[in-house]
Design a protein around this ligand. Structure first.
Ligand code: DX5
Ligand code: ZN
Length: 216
């Protein structure tokens, strides 16, 4: 199971140490939660943290843009991101959605779309084959450490069935409130990747929790 560590809730006073510790614990990638204070009511971090992170890790960085007009930020996260994930709900129309996908892909990055809990999967079905990844938000975005929303599991199951039926090459991920208490459920529902933040960083021993999440 691919574990992608969200650093939003790590100890920023010891950022380099945290990155090295969680990397040594066996995570597969870093998940960078960029928030603009408008699309979500929180302002997190941007290129200074991104540039610092890519200097100290060899692991892939997946940038999760919780922002309006993500197209304007794509360039800021190249080179260095393996992938950029933006939000369906931040799009004003189909034109912006398509332009954002093209901007990300024309820069040779993988392209992912994030769906908030209330957003039905039907909204993205017409564009499914354009995405490398679908990120199902299991919390309303904006903060780490929130409670997992179990109703989102249904969306994962629906997408898993669809991806398998149409034999699509799409990674299915889940983000928000993920931990050992629900990881088994999520894997059974069909996710390929778990985005985990506080469930790792609130532990003393990162390796123990990462092993637990990987070997469920
Ligand atoms: C929430 C972010 C998530 C969050 C995950 O808006 O997209 O990545 O930080 O953190 P936990 O695992 O603490 O919910
Ligand atoms: Zn995220």
């Amino acid at each position: 199971m691919h574990i992608s560590a969200s650093i939003l809730n790590c100890n920023f006073l010891k950022l380099e140490e945290e990155i090295k510790k969680v990397e040594a614990a066996g995570i597969d990638s870093f998940h960078l939660d960029v928030m603009d204070g408008h699309f979500v009511s929180n302002l997190s971090f941007g290129t200074p943290i991104f540039n610092a992170l890519k200097k100290i890790t060899q692991k892939p960085i997946i940038t999760h843009l919780m922002v309006f007009s993500p197209i304007k930020m794509v360039e800021w996260f190249i080179p260095g991101s393996l992938e950029i994930i933006f939000h369906y709900e931040a799009m004003k129309d189909e034109k912006e959605l398509k332009a954002t996908i093209n901007k990300i892909k024309n820069n040779n990055l993988k392209c992912g779309i994030a769906l908030n809990p209330p957003t039905p999967i039907e909204n993205i079905l017409p564009y499914l084959s354009e995405f490398n990844e679908i990120l199902i938000m299991s919390v309303n975005p904006g903060f780490g450490g929130q409670k997992f929303i179990p109703e989102t599991i249904k969306k994962i199951e629906q997408l898993r069935n669809l991806i398998n039926k149409e034999n699509l090459k799409i990674t299915l991920s889940v983000d928000g409130g993920v931990g050992p208490e629900n990881s088994k459920l999520l894997i059974t529902a069909g996710v390929d990747k778990l985005v985990v933040g506080s469930a790792i960083f609130r532990e003393k021993d990162y390796s123990l929790i990462v092993k637990k999440l990987k070997n469920v």
